[in-house]
Design a protein around this ligand. Sequence first.
Ligand SMILES: CC(C)(COP(=O)(O)OP(=O)(O)OC[C@H]1O[C@@H](n2cnc3c(N)ncnc32)[C@H](O)[C@@H]1OP(=O)(O)O)[C@@H](O)C(=O)NCCC(=O)NCCS
Length: 191
Amino acid sequence: MINDIYFDKFPQLESERLIFRKLDLKDALDIQLIRSNDNVISFMDSEYHKTIKDSENFILKNLDRYKAKTGMFWAIIEKTENIFIGDFAFWNIIRENHRAEIGYTLKPDFWGKGYMTETLIQLIDFGFKNLNLHSFEAEINPKNTNSEKALVKIGFKKEAYFKENRYFNNEYLDSEIYSLLETNFKKGKEN
Ligand SMILES: CC(C)(COP(=O)(O)OP(=O)(O)OC[C@H]1O[C@@H](n2cnc3c(N)ncnc32)[C@H](O)[C@@H]1OP(=O)(O)O)[C@@H](O)C(=O)NCCC(=O)NCCS
């Protein structure tokens, strides 16, 4: 069973270089900067945030999912400078299956430094051990090699390739589903 205590008190967590705190309305400008950046949004197949209002609405929807116990959304903070560098979500917790769909972004200045690997390891470990999830899922655009690399590195396996299953911006797009079970989870430095 999912451990619901984390829906009463938000799980703020940390790793070697990062703090993971609750994503809140005060993060709207940072979210807008990320989600209006062409490099970030190009393979995400999700809405471009034209204004800060778009980002506030996005955050409010996420806070509602947390209240409904079907989502958990973190801001990723770099410890030494205390700056917002990205976000990470169990954006759809499928309670009956003890499964969560994940999503994440980093500001481009912070790519290639291992921050998403560090985030995935910390938050997925929390998901298995503390929240009592059984599996994770990530749906990605097949061209999103950065995202694929980060997933595969920690043990996600490709389980499906769907042809033109998504209609977005007037075109049909392919997508891939990656999944992770705890037995395949590689979280140590030795991996
Ligand atoms: C997907 C995304 C988060 C991946 O970010 P990233 O920085 O490439 O991912 P990582 O944190 O795993 O870092 C990877 C690289 O950092 C480097 N790195 C790893 N550990 C490191 C460390 N401790 N110190 C310094 N550098 C390190 C490595 O070069 C590594 O690449 P490699 O494994 O191929 O050698 C980023 O590309 C992004 O925000 N994309 C746009 C949004 C998006 O597509 N989201 C996903 C939608 S499904």
